[in-house]
Design a protein around this ligand. Structure first.
Ligand SMILES: [Cu+2]
Length: 340
């Protein structure tokens, strides 16, 4: 009898505490405990955990824009900022991003991100000649310390993103152009910044039984000038998302991402800003808001327990560019994550 009462008591306690836990505790083992895959440094790990990840990102840009107005190629060539000999018409950017995370303690997660970037840009000249340039190289490796702040109990989590971007990327990409064989390519075709940059920010995550949400702000602050005597503009990112969990394995998300980026300071001697707008350091700044939808899949058990698959795609809902500058049309990120 006493035994049965004990069992009943334990059962009741479990029945009460399970749904309560789902409401009161932030759970790492849910599909939506990771942000949409386009967000990086969104979560921390428990002491001793390791996570490896791979992301494929693709971004497509077509047509020029000045302010919020779209321009024809002819209008871009004859823009008040010019006139120019050449304007870009289309660009595709692909990135393979390899990541590793390790938590030496519950209060510190270390993260390294290694990008490999390829870019392709189509152009048209004043004489209607078309040509394409290509670049492929490493991007800048980013090392980040993720430091939880506040209590590690309850349905909310917050951490600081303390990152350093190391200039492993290239600022020496060259290709043949009508201006000459093996010419230095303009600023947006390079794969690195050439500078050490701070990447500082904060991330907040919240969970309810079926829903979760989060926000992250990040500033990219350039610390010096690169070997070609210029510095990319600082970048300010702010994003927020809402996710709906369907069981433990699936979730879908909606996200808004705002970015503001500044002009290039200084200039590369080899680039002639009268030739093409992408070579003009004063025609680089802009701001954009993207809307994205995503899906996360999480495998909680079995051989590949701890694996995650995710996809996110979106398009700008607002963009204002110091133009003429290529406008963004859509972006996509797919990713694989494995924690052990
Ligand atoms: Cu991780």
């Amino acid at each position: 009898m006493r035994h049965e009462l004990q069992r009943l008591g334990a059962g009741l306690l479990l029945a009460v505490s399970l749904p309560a836990a789902a409401h009161d505790q932030w759970l790492a083992s849910r599909a939506d405990s990771h942000a949409p895959i386009g967000v990086m440094g969104d979560h921390v790990h428990k002491q001793g955990e390791v996570m490896l990840s791979y992301r494929y990102m693709r971004m497509f840009m077509e047509g020029n824009r000045d302010g919020t107005d779209t321009l024809t190629d002819r209008e871009a060539l004859n823009s008040p900022a010019g006139p120019f000999m050449v304007v870009p018409t289309e660009m595709t950017m692909e990135m393979h991003m390899f990541g590793a995370m390790y938590a030496p303690s519950d209060r510190l997660t270390l993260m390294a991100m290694v990008p490999v970037i390829s870019k392709e840009m189509d152009h048209v000249t004043r004489m209607d000649t078309e040509f394409t340039t290509e670049a492929e190289d490493f991007g800048d490796v980013v090392l980040t310390a993720l430091v939880p702040v506040g209590p590690l109990v309850g349905p909310h989590r917050m951490h600081l993103n303390l990152g350093l971007s190391v200039p492993t990327g290239s600022i020496d990409e060259r290709d043949d152009t009508p201006a000459g064989e093996d010419s230095l390519l303009p600023y947006p075709m390079q794969t690195g910044s050439g500078t050490y940059d701070l990447r500082l920010g904060a991330t907040y995550l919240g969970q309810a039984e079926h829903w979760s949400w989060g926000t992250q702000g990040l500033a990219t602050l350039r610390l010096d000038e690169n070997d070609r005597d210029y510095t990319y503009g600082d970048v300010w990112d702010l994003t927020a998302w809402l996710a709906r969990a369907f069981g433990q394995q699936w979730s879908t998300s909606l996200r808004l991402a705002g970015t503001v980026w500044e002009d290039v300071e200084g200039r590369a001697d080899e680039l002639n800003p009268r030739m093409i707008p992408t070579a003009d350091p004063d025609l680089r700044a802009g701001e954009r808001v993207d809307a994205l939808v995503g899906v996360n899949y999480y495998l909680p058990g079995g051989m590949l327990a701890g694996s995650r698959l995710a996809l996110e795609a979106g398009a700008p809902v607002y963009q204002r560019l110091d133009g003429p500058q290529l406008e963004t049309d859509w972006m996509l990120t797919g990713g694989l994550q494995y924690a052990f």
